[in-house]
Design a protein around this ligand. Sequence first.
Ligand code: IMP
Length: 432
Amino acid sequence: MAGTCVVGLQWGDEAKGKIVDLIGDEFDYVVRYNGGANAGHTVVTNGRTFKLSLLPTGVIRPNVTSVIANGVVIYPPRLLEEIDQLASVGLDVTRSLFVSDHAHVIFPYHMEEERLAESETDGKIGTTGRGIGPCYQDKVGRRFGIRLGELLRPDHLRERLSRIVPFKNRLLAAVGNGHADSFRRFDAGSLAEEYLKYAERIAPHLTDTARLLQEAAKAGKRILFEAAQGSLLDVDHGTYPYVTSSNSLPSGIWSGSGLPAKHVTRIIGVVKAYTTRVGRGPFPTELDDGPDGIGERIRRTGREYGTVTGRPRRCGWFDSVAVRYTAALSGADEITLMLLDVLTGLPEVRICVAYDLDGQHTTHFPSDAYQLEHCKPVYESLPGWTEDITAAQKLTDLPSAARRYIDRIAELVGLPVSVVSVGPDRTQTIRC
Ligand code: IMP
């Protein structure tokens, strides 16, 4: 049995979905273990394109069991919407999708809490507004967290919400600072009835997914873990506080799914040929060089706009210091280099090989965001290429400058490059 994890080694949006699609046939189970509807992946099936946030990318494969494990936070209407979207093209997941009864539930007051917190100038993180952070806060705080399994007990749920919602209303009123119409108030009774309806539909999917996965592992099934977000957004090791609220590194698999780490024997680190980031936080190689600059050119060519929020992504050069840091933390065995075609046509391509921090060069990534803000990138410049590479099928089809760029990244990160992606289509892939 081999468990595999596909994990992004930058700030998310590394095109992990394409890698999952390429290797999806090799697995019996696909698992989400962190995050929630803050993630976004585009899935094409039966000629239709879906933007999924909660369901694992592998859900569209026949004969694959999909699992949303305990580490995920779930907004039930969104989950049902995604299930319905798939049903509308004849993809019935009634028997193939399992959701953990321990996964925590997002309520609309979580989104309202987040909206108010994000509207403060101080402490703004630039979150996706999906209630992720406040829901995890309630999980860890214990008093107000509600697990999906609790939705199956109507009286219990009504009772819990009757205590939680008045507290949340008081909290929102206090944070809303007396602006009567600037925040929403919630009614415990109607919220309970609304969520009980969702529960009826989600109930057939609910189970103890930790046991399910342990039994699958014992039976020799092949399990693919899809990490959401990127390693630099990991709450413990990312650029805190500009991170998400979960462990997006593979270290989150054990706690977020209940399957011990020893079952995960292959870690595939996914990187873009450049770097992007959405939301706030330090980004040393950011190209903030105006409407005619390279940053904007990468954004346009790479269609770098957030899947969930539509926000333009911040773009910059490849940062080998950051990727070496996350490669080590994730235990990556290999890297897959995505979107290489986006760099075609640039006269030179740059790689950040060190940081200048207060006049000293360092090749170590300071995970302290405040220190990182003061890091200036030290670049190595390589020649660019102008040839169209989107039809390349093997490394030797690539211009020598592109090959040199790939080799240098592999050398700096210290890992082999196993796949190079030269376009969005499945066929536009070089296996190295
Ligand atoms: P939250 O996860 O909504 O709390 O947002 C926290 C930070 O993570 C923000 O900077 C978001 O833009 C970023 N973020 C969350 N999910 C993703 C993702 O799937 N891709 C890229 N960035 C993300």
